[in-house]
Design a protein around this ligand. Structure first.
Ligand code: FES
Length: 174
């Protein structure tokens, strides 16, 4: 074998090796590109999911849900007038919705929907404050159901209370 033949074979082998490595490298570059695209997509969707998880509750907080009223128009409570002393309140069922009946410190019976106008938690009567309170986000309503403090955006819907033979009848206002 001559020196030229040996050099030629060596040149051919180096050239093949370059071609192979080029192809293999090109293949790796293509695989790396799709991996990069996948990771970018994954990070993009992950960031999108995190953003949605943060933004959605904020939007719900700022834009409270509309709560549909019960279709029931009147209920007779199982409690009697004596069961509700002054400066106290109780939750009752008004159809499929909770209501709250309270007796003011002055002795007047009043009833409202018990669904907070903020994010629909059930309110309660606080005898230490002598008004209605929502524990979820510290919302306050006065004895007429008006929102007076905290995040609730609207008053509670008031019901009409009539006492007949010691029975308490609560109905929607006309
Ligand atoms: S639900 Fe938020 S204050 Fe009542």
């Amino acid at each position: 074998m001559s020196a030229d033949e040996t050099g030629g074979q060596r040149l051919y082998a180096v050239s093949r090796a370059r071609d192979d490595s080029g192809r293999a490298g090109g293949g790796r570059a293509g695989s790396g590109g799709s991996r990069r695209r996948f990771l970018n997509w994954l990070l993009g969707t992950g960031a999108g999911a995190v953003a949605a998880a943060v933004i959605y509750p904020v939007l719900r907080y700022l834009n409270p849900p509309e709560i549909r009223e019960s279709t029931t128009s009147q209920v007779t409570l199982s409690v009697r007038t004596d069961d509700i002393p002054p400066n106290s309140g109780q939750i009752f069922k008004f159809g499929n919705r909770p209501g709250i009946i309270l007796r003011t410190p002055d002795g007047e019976l009043r009833a409202f929907t018990a669904i907070c106008t903020h994010l629909a938690c059930i309110v309660q009567y606080r005898d230490d404050l002598s008004h209605i309170w929502c524990a979820c986000h510290n919302g306050h309503y006065d004895l007429r159901g008006q929102n007076i403090k905290g995040p609730p955006p609207r008053p509670l819907t008031a019901y009409t209370v009539v006492v007949q033979d010691d029975k308490i009848i609560v109905s929607k206002e006309a």
